[in-house]
Write a protein that binds this ligand. Structure first.
Ligand code: FAD
Length: 423
């Protein structure tokens, strides 16, 4: 156990490395830095009391994991060698090398790592937040709500089930579909599929951003008889009336709104970087943290690095990406503290285990530009087809690898590539 640190009023504490966020990225990078240099003083600023293994929420929504296995008290996850401030950062003052906390105090750094994840913009869909958790409206993206998804799936015997996907980028771009496939598989096995109208409403124009995986997903869409609606964006929900409103582009260039009644709605909100990033000069045009693709150093502020969902790099926002990013940030940050060239490169790896049925997964692994980057043998990841071995990996191995590997600095399959040019 670790006790958290407080700052007496007016005093500015200094740490060599300050990490903002104690999620998958913040904890992993702290462990990777410490593994390489035990003398570097590290602080983590993280307001939450609980750490979540979010990739497990899909499995909770599909009735595979118990919800408890996806969460741990934050003090059990924060490494003993860091100073933990249980506060939120409200601003970065890069001229003074300080972060401002929500109690008004400041902490000074030599190097800063920004890993605050992303913000789920629930209010971006009118009525959704109020509707969640009753009348069949649910979301695996909401902390604690995946169990309600599984309740709804088990209770639904007839009627209409809607699954929505917002505009990209979102974390784990496959997760809206994963919820749908696991639900449809259950309904098929229960013999109620023919009494259900299952619809997928995707704000985008394709099933998945990397074409190699689309045929396998299309085969499951056909198997489950799912009605796919592209460029159909969920914009409003009326829970008590059980009505969802979708916006689609009309032929005349104007948008049209369409009401669809439902018995169950699995909704995913639009997503954006936290306000203190997106409204700062550290953000790119899209509001995400403006990092160099390979070094993960900020493009204009050389003692700031970043990783995880907040990043403006073009990779899939996943914990799998974090697994590869943490050692790259650790190596490059230490090199920059020592005034040495940065040699480690991140090639954009991300992975999405698409749970197409209970017992099988299409394991998508790819880097920048959708280039396939398989890291497992063919019997686990054969490139495009669902395998039982990939399910075994996700259901039996990955949670342990997360808690006891990634968060502890055991860098499994995560050796950084070497940069071809040096600064
Ligand atoms: P997070 O883990 O979200 O952590 C961010 C942390 O920053 C939080 O603890 C937060 O409290 C803290 N924070 C926020 N604001 C501040 C602030 N102002 N000051 C200080 N701290 C702050 N990934 C996969 O690899 N495979 C999957 O199968 C998969 N499935 C998923 C399914 C679902 C339903 C969801 C929701 C996610 C899934 N992911 C999956 C994505 C994965 O969980 C994220 O990509 C990963 O957690 C990103 O790590 P992060 O540290 O950037 O963000």
């Amino acid at each position: 156990m670790i006790s958290n640190t407080t700052t007496p009023k007016g005093e500015v504490k200094t740490h060599t490395v300050v990490i903002v966020g104690g999620g998958a990225a913040g904890i992993s990078v702290a462990a990777s830095i410490h593994k390489r240099d035990r003398d570097i003083g590290i602080a983590i600023i993280e307001p939450a009391s609980t750490h979540h293994y979010q990739p497990g929420w899909t499995m909770v929504g599909g009735g595979v994991f118990r919800p408890e296995v996806t969460s741990r008290p934050m003090p059990e996850v924060i490494p003993p060698f860091v100073s933990w401030y249980q506060k939120a950062v409200t601003a970065v003052d890069q001229d003074k090398n300080q972060v401002v906390l929500d109690d008004g105090s400041c902490i000074e750094y030599k190097a800063l790592v920004l890993a605050p994840g992303l913000e789920l913009n629930w209010s971006g869909i009118e009525g959704l937040e109020a509707a969640l958790g009753s009348n069949g409206v649910t979301s695996n993206y909401r902390e604690g709500m995946a169990s309600y998804t599984w309740d709804m799936v088990q209770n639904l015997k007839q009627g209409r089930a809607l699954f929505s996907q917002p505009p990209m980028p979102i974390k784990c771009a496959g997760a809206p579909q994963k919820a749908m496939y696991l639900s449809a598989d259950y309904w098929l096995k229960q013999g109620v599929q023919s009494k259900l109208d299952v619809q997928f409403h995707n704000a985008g124009a394709v099933l998945f951003g990397v074409p190699a995986y689309v045929p396998a997903l299309e085969a499951y869409i056909e198997k489950y008889g799912i009605d796919v609606n592209f460029q159909s964006t969920l914009v409003a929900v009326n829970g008590p009336a059980k009505i969802a409103v979708f916006r689609t582009p009309g032929a005349d260039g104007n948008h049209q709104e369409r009401e669809v009644s439902f018995d169950m709605l699995h909704a995913v909100p639009p997503q954006r970087a936290p306000k203190f990033i997106r409204e700062s000069t550290l953000a790119n045009e899209g509001g995400w943290l403006d990092l160099e693709d390979d070094t993960l150093r900020h493009k204009t502020v050389p003692n700031i690095f970043g990783l995880g969902d907040v990043s403006g790099t073009g990779n899939a926002k996943t914990a799998a990406a974090v697994r590869k990013q943490a050692p790259v940030v650790a190596e490059n940050l230490i090199a920059s503290l020592r005034n040495e060239p940065m040699r480690a490169a991140y090639l954009g790896y991300g992975s999405c285990p698409l749970t197409v049925e209970n017992g099988k997964i299409v394991l998508a692994e790819f880097g920048y530009g959708g280039v396939l980057q398989p890291s497992f043998p063919k019997w686990i990841n054969d490139g495009t087809q669902a395998t039982k071995a990939a399910w075994w990996l996700k259901a039996k191995q990955l949670p342990t690898l997360y808690w006891h590997g990634m968060l502890k600095g055991r860098e499994w399959l995560a050796r950084p590539a070497v940069r071809s040019t040096n600064d």
